[in-house]
Design a protein around this ligand. Structure first.
Ligand code: ATP
Ligand code: MG
Length: 388
């Protein structure tokens, strides 16, 4: 019955050239999510033809940020008979057993001869004439609302508005790197970054042979799930072992985590600048573990100049787990493989590390040489979403 899916995006603050670019980007991202479908940008809106499995199409669209809602619609001419027939079909399809309904009209084309209330009343009566007594009108609390939108290019009838994920189209907000561990938090962080329109590249620190191939595979699997939201992404796998060994050799044991993180940030910043990225995202929250005290963040952050964004800093673990389950990363994150940080975890990590101490220890280290060497031994994986 439905041949067209109407796609709605948030238009708040969209003007002039920005609006055109925003819609073009959204359209491109929808095309990537639905490669076999045509995405129409006509009549001042975006549309996808409905053929095949609607549920599948909706699932794919849930992964496209920037879409706020969609509606399967019937497009009619201005003929009242045709509009009433469409409204009747929408009603019967939504409530096959009968029930109360209301027609809600809107006109963006004011040359239409009837006002919106007049049109609603007329179509409501015409529907009642064509349908059984199990259907009645209730304008206050209808079980089914049927929208009739009169626009210049035609009349659109629909009975359902399905919420989408919201946010901004990926790419609309520039690029950033995400530090992706195998844990629960950083995949959620990556998701939230993309949701605000940021195109991401992932960085994973790997301590081969202390961490196994399977620990890396886990991260590849996480990145593959996350690629659903952007089509494809780059995963930089960093050889971190030598730096960790050097830290173990030259630094105080209780500062191991702090020093490791300073190096991680430095490497992330280096890659970010090379890849035209302007921020580093991490899954850090406040107070979760020893390295996530404010003092610790301050001591670590000092190593670099690029902004570090921590979208999870205001979340409880329960909220984070909820999102991880929703986006499908949780079951992968809880696979029991070791992480590069846990392998070298000191018995009593410093909860309030001092920057002065960090700087003193780093005086004995060849920071640039260590980083260059790690980068030389690193490689990039091109991750595509499943099925591509
Ligand atoms: P997560 O669940 O994301 O691992 P966490 O609560 O275990 O977080 P930490 O292990 O302290 O916290 O890590 C904090 C953040 O540092 C992570 O969210 C991630 O962004 C980054 N990080 C930690 N380990 C790695 C790693 N091996 N590779 C890349 N990033 C990492
Ligand atoms: Mg972790």
């Amino acid at each position: 019955m439905y041949k067209l899916l109407l796609l709605r995006y948030g238009e708040l603050g969209l003007k002039g050239k920005n609006k055109g670019q925003f819609i073009k980007r959204l359209q491109d991202n929808i095309k990537k999510a639905l490669p076999e479908k045509e995405v129409l940008n006509t009549w001042g809106r975006l549309w996808v033809p409905i053929d095949g499995d609607l549920e599948e199409t909706l699932d794919a669209l849930q992964c496209v940020f920037g879409l706020y809602s969609v509606s399967p619609v019937i497009k009619c001419s201005r003929d009242y008979e045709e509009i009433a027939e469409a409204a009747k079909n929408v009603l019967q399809n939504a409530r096959p057993q009968g029930g109360t309904f209301k027609i809600e009209s809107r006109r963006s084309d004011k040359t239409f001869p009837l006002t919106s209330p007049e049109l609603s009343a007329k179509i409501g009566c015409m529907v009642l004439d064509r349908i059984g007594e199990e259907y009645t009108v209730d304008v206050r609390h209808p079980e089914q609302r049927i929208d009739v939108e009169v626009r210049h290019e035609g009349v659109f009838v629909f009975g359902q508005t399905i919420p989408m994920s919201g946010g901004l189209p990926v790419g609309a907000s520039g690029k950033a790197v995400v530090m992706l561990s195998g844990g629960i938090d950083s995949p959620v962080c990556a998701y939230l970054a993309m949701k605000r329109g940021v195109k991401v590249e992932m960085i994973h620190f790997h301590s081969f042979p202390y961490t196994s191939e399977r620990a890396k595979e886990k991260v590849v699997d996480l990145a593959t799930v996350l690629a659903k939201y952007c089509g494809s992404l780059k995963l930089h796998v960093i050889h971190f072992t030598d730096i960790q060994m050097e830290i173990r050799k030259t630094c105080r044991e209780d500062y191991t985590i702090t020093m490791m993180r300073r190096f991680m940030y430095r490497i992330a910043e280096r890659i970010a600048r090379n890849r035209n990225c302007h921020a580093i995202y991490t899954g850090e929250s406040v107070g979760q573990v020893a390295s996530q005290t404010l003092e610790s963040m301050e001591a670590i952050n000092e190593a670099i100049r690029m902004p570090v964004l921590r979208p999870l800093c205001g979340f409880d673990k329960e909220n984070i787990i909820e999102i991880a389950q929703k986006i499908g990363t949780f079951d992968i994150s809880i696979r029991p493989y070791e992480d590069c940080c846990t392998i070298f975890l000191p018995e009593f990590p410093k909860i309030r590390p001092k920057l002065k101490e960090c700087l003193e220890m780093e005086e004995n280290m060849e920071i640039d040489a260590l980083i260059n060497d790690a980068l030389e031994k690193s490689y990039v994986l091109h991750i595509k979403k499943e099925g591509q």
